[in-house]
Design a protein around this ligand. Structure first.
Ligand code: S3P
Length: 185
């Protein structure tokens, strides 16, 4: 994929999807190849709290972390031309989806439970998978989340068997189609 001096779009792109679906990798790739800024929600939250996500969960609980996600999304309202890599649970809260849609397009990245397992099995940075690192657990949690993920998504891209360049090409193509369609309406 070539470097594009022009931004892919003026609005923001919110990448959502299960843990290990490739949100961070794809946001890195997009920001490098298009003139877009990049924000990784988990990284910002961890920096501001001065501790890793696992510790935020352990010390303050999941609800506290979820409130930080919502507050950050509201703060991001002032941004444009930014690709935001969300946490895997961000779209579970309806308010968060409303905030994302105010400012941009929501792109869902998917992968099979086996692919997700292969990508995350050696990581200890995901409190929700600690002690449950297996394909069945991943598959069950993914099923519980599927409806909300799909309802939030403006576009969906399956990442199984694709490299970052292929996923980004597909994303750029689908966004262009989307724009053409919305211009005609
Ligand atoms: C979570 C996913 C994580 C992180 C937190 C909760 C989730 O982000 O926000 O551990 O609920 O799925 P990644 O999707 O970047 O791993």
């Amino acid at each position: 994929m070539e470097n594009h001096p022009k931004p892919l779009c003026t609005y923001n792109i919110f990448l959502i999807g299960f843990m290990g679906s490739g949100k961070s990798a794809i946001s890195d790739y997009l920001s490098q190849h298009y003139a877009m800024e990049k924000i990784e929600m988990d990284r910002i939250i961890a920096q501001r709290e001065g501790m890793p996500i696992t510790e935020i969960f352990a010390r303050h609980g999941e609800a506290y972390f979820r409130d930080l996600e919502t507050a950050l999304l509201v703060e991001l309202q002032s941004r444009e031309n930014t690709v935001v890599s969300c946490g895997g649970g961000t779209p579970m809260r309806e308010r968060n989806v409303t905030e994302m849609k105010k400012q941009g397009k929501v792109v869902l990245l998917t992968a099979s439970p086996q692919t997700i397992y292969d990508r995350v099995k050696d990581s200890h940075e995901r409190p929700l998978l600690e002690g449950h690192m297996d394909v069945d657990y991943i598959s069950g949690l993914m099923e519980q989340r599927r409806e909300k993920y799909e309802a939030a998504a403006d576009l969906t891209i399956c990442t199984d068997g694709k490299d970052q360049a292929a996923v980004c090409e597909e994303l750029a193509g689908k966004l262009m189609e989307w724009e053409k369609r919305s211009c005609r309406q």
